[in-house]
Design a protein around this ligand. Structure first.
Ligand code: PMP
Length: 332
């Protein structure tokens, strides 16, 4: 019987949600070398469409390139698979998760010592001979791909988009730029995010704001951050932060709206005295920040510029902005 959570695209085949499995000794589970992408689909006048599918797929390939993982599918093939997975879900407003994980070809850090019980058999491009494996920086590990789709409402709850959220500066630093390579949306990078998020929510906050190893503001556990001061929009440079696609969208929309946007190092106290602050992310969309470390930000609720940019963002996502029709990939 089909699961209520629907189907999952796994290495080219649709499987029931509960039947999609991998070996418990897979390399990504043990060492965290894998790649994820997260996308949203929004309903619009012309049906459901995935927001910035091409850009997300490009980032997936770039993340794999950074980690030295060979993606076993072509770019167009993976774009089509994401659209197919959304169509199969029957949802029109949804979150799409793409995961590239490494199999059980090796049991240790030294991945090129292959393992006889590898899950090659599940792999569409399985080669009988280990000598044919791509010898890349991930040590010849073979990648597998999963696409799952589920319903996702506002990430921080229904009221957060209007009222804003409460944030604490994390005691955990964001990755050093030369440790786990932050341009990659790597599964292992989320250990840093999880520690920060869990600390913040355990302390009664909604989200963490992470500083880099030198103390400059970097990002949330799964969002980029923006400040507004005297009508100018500020965001940290992309050093240890993910190159967020929502961040890019907001920079474009703000400039089109006539705003000045400055990417620069931002200190913690600049956040405390900002007129407005907000997070951006596929899941978080544009979420106002109303409080940081017990200090109200601006009026302590969503500010007018945040509200305007949020409206532009949702107009683009729902296909109401002619200028950015190219950001939408219709499902059919
Ligand atoms: N930073 C981190 C650490 C994230 O996980 C995310 C979510 N992908 C973002 C920023 C925002 O990126 P995007 O807008 O592409 O979702």
């Amino acid at each position: 019987m089909r699961s209520t959570r629907g189907v999952i695209w796994h290495d080219g085949r649709f499987q029931d949600w509960h039947a999609a499995r991998t070996h418990v000794m897979n390399h990504t589970l043990n060492y965290g070398i894998g790649v994820i992408e997260g996308l949203r689909a929004y309903p619009g006048d012309r049906g459901s469409a995935i927001f910035r599918l091409r850009d997300h797929t490009r980032r997936l390939f770039e993340s794999a390139q950074i980690l030295g993982i060979d993606v076993p599918y072509g770019f167009d093939e993976l774009m089509a698979a994401q659209r197919d997975a959304l169509a199969a879900s029957g949802l029109d407003a949804a979150y799409v998760r793409v995961t590239l994980y490494c199999g059980v070809d090796a049991l240790g850090l030294h991945a090129d010592d292959g393992h006889p019980d590898s899950d090659d058999a599940q792999h569409p491009a399985a080669a009988d001979d280990k000598d044919d494996w791509p010898q890349d920086a991930a040590g010849g590990l073979r990648a597998h791909c999963v696409i799952a789709v589920w319903h996702m409402g506002p990430y921080f709850g229904a009221r957060a988009l209007d009222a804003g959220i409460r944030v604490r500066v994390s005691s955990y630093s964001r990755h050093h730029v030369n440790s786990t390579l932050c341009r990659a949306k790597a599964t292992g990078n989320y250990l840093n995010s999880m520690l920060a998020y869990r600390e913040a929510t355990r302390d009664g906050y909604d989200e963490a704001l992470m500083l880099d190893h030198t103390g400059f503001v970097m990002e949330g556990s799964g969002e980029n951050v923006f400040l507004v001061r005297d009508g100018v929009l500020y965001t940290p440079e992309l050093t240890a932060a993910l190159d967020g696609i929502t961040r890019r969208s907001i920079i474009t929309l703000a400039r089109e709206d006539g705003m000045q946007v400055i990417e620069k190092p931002i200190t913690r106290d600049e956040v405390y005295i900002a007129d407005e602050a907000f997070f951006t992310g596929t899941a978080a969309e544009v979420t106002p920040i109303r409080e940081v470390d017990g200090r109200s930000i601006g009026s302590g609720t969503r500010g007018p510029i945040t509200e305007r940019l949020q409206a532009h963002f949702f107009d683009a996502a729902h296909g109401r902005l002619d200028a950015h029709g190219d950001w939408l990939s219709p499902v059919r």
